[in-house]
Design a protein around this ligand. Structure first.
Ligand SMILES: [Zn+2]
Length: 173
């Protein structure tokens, strides 16, 4: 099984997320160190594409003073969406390590499967500590449901976790 202290770091950050953001966290690792780590910043910034990966990538570029992250690795608790996958492609990320699968919005193993059609071929490992990563999101959406704070997009996102979850459960039987 794939184990990494960096994956644990992003999982712990997502678990501690209390700012109303969908609890996803991402880190960029370069030369064995985390150079940038972030949760989603959609609610706080009001910008719908400020996903954890996008924020961490932007910070890493700035901190390292580089244009590409072809010697860096991304660790994220959820399969990146199409927007983040495009950003990952643009910076030529060397590795993508992610936790939960996202059957509706994920763009690595689902939907457009961006890297199937790209010249950029990062190493990709998905499903790392998947149950733990999925449960963070399920708990969050469960809480949203009980407090009545929901919208259509959240319903759809949650449904995609339910789908992924049933695939997982079916596979483990
Ligand atoms: Zn994204």
């Amino acid at each position: 099984m794939f184990r990494s202290p960096f994956m644990n770091a992003v999982i712990e950050m997502a678990e501690e997320c209390r700012n109303g953001e969908v609890p996803v966290a991402a880190a960029i690792v370069f030369e064995g160190k985390i150079v940038a780590i972030s949760t989603n910043d959609v609610e706080t910034s009001g910008i719908p594409w400020r996903h954890a990966e996008f924020v961490a990538i932007s910070e890493a570029l700035k901190k390292l003073g580089v244009r590409y992250l072809d010697k860096a690795s991304l660790y994220v608790t959820l399969e990146p969406c199409a927007f983040c996958s495009a950003a990952i492609e643009k910076v030529r990320m060397r590795d993508i390590f992610f936790g939960a699968y996202d059957t509706k919005c994920g763009a690595i193993a689902h939907t457009i499967r961006l890297f199937d059609h790209s010249m950029v071929k990062p190493r990709i490992i998905g499903g790392i500590q998947e149950e733990r990563c999925s449960s963070i999101l399920r708990k969050f959406f469960g809480k949203m449901r009980s407090t009545g704070k929901r919208n259509v997009i959240e319903d759809e996102v949650e449904q995609s976790f339910d789908d992924a979850w049933s695939v997982l459960e079916a596979g483990s039987r």
